[in-house]
Design a protein around this ligand. Structure first.
Ligand SMILES: C[S@@+](CC[C@H](N)C(=O)[O-])C[C@H]1O[C@@H](n2cnc3c(N)ncnc32)[C@H](O)[C@@H]1O
Length: 459
């Protein structure tokens, strides 16, 4: 699968997609510093480009024939840390949709802050993508369920041409871990999975992750880890301290224990608590803020999913922290890349969501027959290579053309067609019911005008 990334930043999303096995052939960003870091760590295929200039970019992307276009358009207009007025940055979400509708890759993936899903820009972009024939799978994911110890919540929309909306939701949910990853899980296991190369001086580290290049091997290098050995100092200090401070963005808790995920990494996450916070700490802080550890830049980079051998290049610390905070954690992108690839190759199929069996029973089927219908939907989906078409006519046509379908008996072929038609009817009834209940709620609840002050109080 060939991918092009828009708004690539320093390359968090690309790193994860490449780790999943996707070939990222071109990446664009307007910020030269981010592109320099991308090139230094990922490859030379990143270019500086202002993506507002769609007229010059779209023909170039079309020639690359990507199967997937991905990207996280800038989020300052929506994010809690930003001003929340939709302006030029929000219009780049629309630019992203224009690029997709013009190039028409089979797949796309967009990432943004959770609030973006309720923005006008996304409503406009979404309409364009729907009209262009994409089925959309929209979910807000927590990074700590996808391989990093961070409570970061982000909106992801994955689209595929011709699909039914929600086609990938079950697969994305299945890729999540049952428990969130904590700081201790992350730094603890990183320390265990290491190679010991005794350093020449105590100021240097002696433990190297098995995922990074080893230091120069010298004759004294190959030795077992002595019992007296202390793990990487900064990680050990964090774990021993037990509590870590992260400057709260909006009146939340500043102090976390290392047995929970870190909050969303921002440009200021590693600041020590200031007098304002120390004088008025959050009532649910599990320890006094003054006694906590602060993340090192290296730790922040790692819990944002960058490998420990990642080389940050910039004139200012601020730029590095901005690139770290902007990124999609690579393990999250990897998990989603794997989900996309598995569906692309037909290894997974959408789960049948909702009360399909009950719905069939209401239509006079016995439970055992209803179960057979459900099994036949799943069998048809496997023949369709995991696809679920928005139009039932397309679905039936694809089934006729599916390899193996014509070897089945006439009765089985008819059962599979029938099952898909019933399931499509069930899906349509869910949409009608949802629309009806929205109308009923809107009609039943009197419109109330709430002042900003009341809203803030309620929040
Ligand atoms: C949220 S960050 C993307 C981070 C990236 N997905 C990652 O995983 O590292 C958004 C990026 O959009 C870039 N950007 C902002 N305006 C742009 C424009 N007009 N054209 C191209 N890139 C732009 C910013 O420089 C920033 O790197």
């Amino acid at each position: 699968m060939r991918a092009v990334e828009l708004f690539c930043g320093a390359g968090g999303m690309s790193r994860g997609l490449i780790d999943a096995g996707i070939d990222v052939v071109r990446a664009y960003d307007a910020w030269p510093v981010a592109v320099e870091n991308y090139r230094a760590n990922i490859g030379p295929h990143a270019e500086v480009a202002d993506l507002k200039n769609l007229l010059s970019i779209i023909p170039e992307i079309s020639l690359l024939k990507p199967d997937l276009i991905c990207g996280g358009p800038p989020c300052q207009d929506y994010s809690l840390a930003g001003r929340r007025e939709e302006g030029e940055n929000a219009s780049l979400t629309v630019a992203f949709a224009i690029a997709i509708t013009a190039v028409r890759p089979r797949w796309f993936m967009m990432e943004n802050v959770a609030q973006a899903s309720r923005s006008k820009a996304w409503a406009d972009a979404r309409n364009m993508l729907k009209r262009a024939g994409y089925g959309l799978s929209e979910s807000t994911l927590t990074a700590s369920r996808y391989g990093v110890p961070q409570d970061r919540k982000r909106f992801f929309c994955i689209g595929r041409l011709g699909e039914r909306d929600g086609f990938l939701l079950s697969a994305v949910a299945n890729a999540a871990s049952s428990e969130p990853m904590t700081l201790r899980d992350f730094f603890g296991s990183a320390v265990a999975d290491t190679v010991y190369f005794p350093a020449r001086s105590s100021a240097r580290r002696s433990v190297w992750s098995s995922d990074e290049p080893a230091p120069t091997i010298r004759e004294r290098s190959i030795r077992p880890i002595p019992e007296s050995f202390q793990p990487h100092l900064a990680d050990a200090a964090l774990l021993e301290n037990g509590y870590v401070f992260s400057r709260p963005v909006r009146g939340g808790r500043g102090v976390r224990t290392v047995d929970e995920p870190f909050p969303t990494v921002t440009r200021t996450s590693w600041e020590r608590p200031g007098p304002k916070y120390l004088n008025d700490p959050h009532p649910r802080d599990p320890a006094p803020a003054a006694s906590t550890a602060a993340l090192t830049r290296e730790q922040a980079s790692r819990i944002q999913g960058f490998p420990s051998d990642w080389r940050w290049i910039a004139k200012t610390q601020r730029d590095i922290l901005q690139m770290i905070a902007n990124a999609v954690p690579a393990p999250v992108a990897k998990a989603l890349g794997e989900v996309i690839l598995a569906r692309h190759h037909g290894y997974t199929a959408p789960a049948i969501e909702g009360r399909f069996l009950d719905w069939l029973e209401c239509r006079g089927r016995k439970r055992a027959t209803a179960r057979n219908v459900k099994a036949n939907v799943n069998r048809a989906r496997r023949l369709l290579g995991g696809r679920s078409f928005a139009e039932i006519a397309m679905e039936l046509a694809a089934l006729e053309a599916a390899s193996g379908f014509h070897y089945l008996s006439k009765g089985t072929r008819s059962d599979l067609r029938q099952a898909l038609m019933l399931h499509a009817e069930f899906e349509a009834s869910k949409t009608t019911r949802a629309k009806r209940s929205k109308t009923t709620v809107a009609a039943a609840v009197p419109v109330e005008i709430i002042s900003d002050a009341e809203l803030a109080k309620a929040a």
